[in-house]
Design a protein around this ligand. Structure first.
Ligand SMILES: [Zn+2]
Length: 265
């Protein structure tokens, strides 16, 4: 029986998206269903079938498809242990790889990631309770008061030209963090946890988009730093468009976050 998407996801996060062969440790990325982000494989320790590599075992087909019977490998190592030299790798040895890789990842989290220079490579690594998910959630929560205020504003007639909008201190803080740094998300994410594992591009792009919307709606002065709390638009249309855009982005971000969280469970 093949591994389910959920099992593949779990196998990939237990090693942080790295190959579990101790002599390899290639970064393959974490498996996320529907997203071509990982090149790694969930490898069977005991084969799916009796006649496969390491297939002689009392395990039932269901047990063979469980997370406990899998380990995360890069495509090269997967091919070697299953096809090129299957006889050289025992069930015990692959269990050892799996357990050692899990321990290795726990001991090296953060350090390992910071050693990877490219943000793109970092973006491949995730785990369910990652700082990025928590950060995104906190960020969205901080925006809640602004979101509510804008939703209320939407229904007021005539459209307000000058209006106090309650922007929480937390939102202001994020805006300052993000708008003063060229490396927007990376610096911001490290605020939450210096050993973060996930620099998720999609979540970060939602955050940046939300910041841009906020900036646009609240902008009367320089774009850098804390925006003024006073909305002062010359045209009601532009303000209305800005508000609509903000609400849409907020909702997209929220549903994206919920989807990621669901996969993290
Ligand atoms: Zn490998």
């Amino acid at each position: 029986m093949a591994f389910s998407d959920s099992v593949r996801y779990k196998l990939s996060i237990e090693t942080g998206g790295f190959c579990s062969n101790p002599d390899c440790r290639s970064l393959t990325g974490v498996f996320l269903p529907g997203a071509a982000r990982s090149v790694g494989d969930g490898a069977h320790i005991v084969a799916e079938n009796e006649d496969g590599p390491r297939g002689k075992s009392p395990l039932t087909p269901e047990q063979r498809a469980m997370e406990s019977n899998g380990t995360w490998l890069c495509p090269t190592c997967h091919r070697i242990v299953d096809k090129t030299r299957p006889g050289d790798y025992s069930i015990d040895q692959l269990h050892r790889w799996k357990n050692e890789a899990k321990t290795w990842w726990i001991q090296n989290q953060g350090k390992q990631l910071q050693a990877i220079a490219q943000p793109d490579a970092r973006a491949l690594v995730a785990r369910p309770s990652s700082a990025s998910l928590l950060g995104a959630e906190a960020f969205l929560k901080a925006h809640q008061s602004l979101f509510n205020a804008l939703q209320n504003l939407r229904w007021q007639q005539p459209p307000p030209f000058q209006r106090e909008i309650p922007i929480s201190d937390a939102v202001e803080h994020h805006i300052q963090q993000m708008s003063t740094s060229p490396k927007i998300g990376l610096n911001w994410t490290t605020q939450w946890n210096t050993t973060y594992h996930c620099d998720d591009k999609e979540l970060l792009s939602h955050m940046q988009e939300l910041i841009r919307c906020t900036d646009k709606i609240c902008r009367t002065g320089p774009a850098i730093g804390v925006p003024p709390r006073m909305v002062d638009f010359k045209s009601p249309d532009i303000l209305a468009q800005g508000i609509e855009r903000y609400i849409t982005v907020w909702k997209n971000f929220d549903s994206c976050l919920q989807a990621y969280k669901k996969w993290g469970q």
